[in-house]
Write a protein that binds this ligand. Structure first.
Ligand code: ACO
Length: 431
């Protein structure tokens, strides 16, 4: 790291002691450990940074995803999300996230071939899925089966071997669609459909989801491409809750299957991967375009939030939402019109010109339209977080490996501000 120049120093005067400190500012950040020198006396362990939920803490240096929330910018390895959604496939984006550059045509062929070789799961995993209750939530099944994979690949814990790491990465990307589709078919009581290696990554996933009695399933190319684009839009989003979980579990040198199961578990929460489900419920509750103004009135009265609006990082627009809106048009041209989309468009139209939403800088986020698309394609609401997990897999793995290889990283271990009782003692027993 470059030495900070004179002007890249933050001068702090500790008014408790009257002492001044020059703290280096590098890449727009100060090191929290540099603040430890601000001490009251020799017994003082030093100043602690208190940051619940990490609202202003950089936990790593990363070269994978760049977000500028004010300007609505999202880039993977420098490439704007708009260009990737227009011109790349999900497997190319996965390669980009993991390897740092887009693949050459030869490299893409090889990458696709190797992933395709790994799409089958061990028959025991299938039997393991059979053991889940008939109405098991597919996200619970997915989390458990991803974790179970570690027992099939005992070499996965040999993290210093780059070849073995890559092997697990390929397996996870390849097997996620199979696990996801099997989790769904188990919940529906349907027979499992084995992978068809002649189809694309996303086409094969659709095959494993929807194949019925036909000899060969042929995905609709528009729906296949639409889902591929949705996976691209979800592939990474820097240090969100599940990615942070992936890095944290990975920092203890747990194997990648265990780390990814933990990441998927984090994603399953309604505050993270479950928002599009809430959007769909909201649109169904509104019921018709006529009821939209009343719904907006109640949102403004503070009765509830407009689901699919607002984002912690994006303050002017979510670039993914704009792309997804176009995908929705393509999908509905195939599946037929959706009254839910009409309600969503009317909500968006009214909200975007309303003082409350303008003042609070509330715009549609990625989840506002994704649920409508998934639903039009036939996915039940319970599968929404599973689809999110499938798309996020390469991002999780790229971030996991970056964390492992970063010499500055150690096992994640935050500190705390202790607010419990001071030392006290058990009562002395009286005889
Ligand atoms: N509808 C109405 N008002 C809202 C909304 C909303 N969707 N979102 C925020 N506000 C208001 C809050 O009431 C608050 O108003 P106040 O200052 O007058 O009290 C103000 O905007 C700030 O709200 P915060 O909760 O502090 O904003 P934060 O940045 O922490 O929240 C979040 C972001 C959680 C996404 C929020 O906007 C929200 O709850 N949205 C609806 C749920 C949703 O769509 N989540 C998906 C996010 S995208 C993803 O996770 C992939």
């Amino acid at each position: 790291m470059d030495e900070p120049r004179g002007e890249d120093l933050l001068q702090i005067t500790d008014r408790r002691t009257g002492r001044s400190y020059d703290i280096p500012v590098v890449e727009g950040a100060v090191r929290a450990t540099d603040l430890r020198q601000l001490r009251l006396d020799d017994d003082d362990p030093g100043l602690l940074v208190y940051d619940p939920a990490f609202l202003n803490t950089g936990s790593c240096r990363s070269a994978i995803t760049y977000i500028d929330g004010e300007r609505g910018i999202l880039r993977y390895r420098g490439y704007p999300i708009e260009e990737l959604a227009e011109h790349a496939s999900f497997l190319e984006v996965a390669y980009l996230l993991l390897r740092g550059d887009l693949p050459s045509p030869d490299a893409l062929g090889n990458w696709t071939r190797r992933i395709t070789q790994h799409t089958f799961i061990h028959e025991n995993v299938k039997r393991f899925i059979d053991g889940f209750h008939y109405d098991a939530h597919p996200m619970g099944t997915l989390v458990s089966t991803v974790a179970a994979l570690s027992t099939f690949y005992p070499q996965a814990h040999l993290l210093s071997d780059a070849g073995l790491r890559r092997e697990q990465v390929l397996r996870l990307i390849a097997k996620m669609p199979t696990l996801a589709a099997f989790a769904y078919r188990h919940a529906m009581g349907l027979p499992y459909v084995y992978p068809d290696d002649d189809l694309s990554y996303t086409g094969n996933f659709l095959n494993m989801m929807w194949k019925a009695t036909e000899l060969r399933y042929q995905p609709d190319p528009t729906l296949e491409r639409a889902l591929d684009v949705l996976f691209i839009l979800h592939a990474d989003h820097e240090q969100n809750c599940s990615t942070h979980t992936m890095r944290t579990v990975g920092s203890s040198h747990a194997d990648p299957y265990s780390a990814m199961a933990a990441a998927a578990a984090a994603l399953s929460g309604p505050l993270h991967g479950g928002a599009n489900e809430q959007v769909l419920r909201m649109l169904n509750t509104i019921g018709s375009v006529d009821h939209v103004p009343e719904h907006i009135r109640r949102v403004k009265a503070g009765e509830f939030r407009l689901m699919g609006f607002g984002h912690r990082i994006y303050r002017n627009f979510d670039p993914r939402a704009q792309l997804i809106k176009r995908v929705a048009d393509d999908v509905l041209a195939v599946t037929g019109p959706s009254p839910l989309l009409d309600i969503a468009l009317e909500l968006e139209r009214i909200a975007l010109q309303d003082e409350y939403f303008i003042e609070h800088r509330l715009y549609p986020n990625v989840d506002f339209y994704s649920g409508i698309i998934y639903s039009a394609m036939g996915f039940p609401v319970a599968m929404f977080p599973v689809l999110f997990a499938l798309g996020r897999t390469p991002g999780w793995l790229a971030q996991w490996e970056e964390g492992l290889l970063d010499p500055e990283q150690h096992i994640t271990r935050p500190r705390q501000v202790y607010v419990g009782p001071a030392e006290r003692h058990l009562p002395v027993p009286t005889s």
